[in-house]
Design a protein around this ligand. Sequence first.
Ligand SMILES: [Zn+2]
Length: 330
Amino acid sequence: MKEADIRPAELFEKYLELSAADALTYFSSAKREPLPCPACASRDIRPAFVKHGFGYVLCGSCYTLYQSPRPSPADFARFYQESPSARYWACTFFPAVAEARQVHLIRPKVQELAQLCQQDQFSPRVFADIGAGAGFFLEEWRRNFPETQTIALEPNPDLADQCRSKGLTVMECFLEEAESLKGQADLVTAFEVIEHVHDPLTFCASLGKLLKPGGRVLLTGLTVDGFDLQVLWEKSNSISPPHHINFMSIKGFESLLCRAGFNNIRIFTPGKLDVDIVRNAAAARAEALAGQGFVQMLLRRGEETLEAFQQFLNEHQLSSHCWVWASKSP
Ligand SMILES: [Zn+2]
């Protein structure tokens, strides 16, 4: 898999342009509050950079990178409901790459999640996917494990309709509103949601409330400890405010899940794209790797070295694509 398979450059560039414009349209007059670290709650904070008018800071304790001072939840809700970049993502970008993502991402992810369950001798009877989008993951899970009762939690009406058209059980609401699901689920997943949420601790605690004791959670998302984020830093396309506002470190994810009432926390970085993302960024803008002699030299090496390097990143929690697997504390 290459970055271009799941993020075709032309479509992605348009999305980034719209996001940058929305950052001004929706937030230029927003009130902003400084936040302690959303992962570990530390107040030892260092400024990192400003991008599209959004400040980012680094936690001095767990090294999580996050957006602060932060506009209000109401400002973000309006942005997600009506902004051109959010609509472009749901209606143009995502449909264009849906099939490629099904092949390259979703099918392998279903197998990897099934393996995690098997290793824990854990067979979920009730499985809720939070922010289920168009329901591709649950559809694929059901194809493999038809005996599981699957529930798609999706607040966006268009996406909720797409889930229904696949025959999925849908709760069209936000996580905090899912009263009837409390204490009912064996397994809860949230794919690529954590980097968007305003209050990650409340979000994770709400995930826990849906679970039966001993239930499992899987969060996937971006970690700032990953190679492409560390190398590209504020030039990374993944740092695209107002969309991505939390980049937990590995240590930050551990603190966050522990504070939210989870134990047996295991973190993997199975990402495959770090090296390709850095190479593409350098090809688009030579200055993206200014002063990074080692990385420039690395990229001149052959494919075999680069593949081995990517493998090393995966095995040592150094890729930016991260999986967090944990149990609800009894
Ligand atoms: Zn922290």
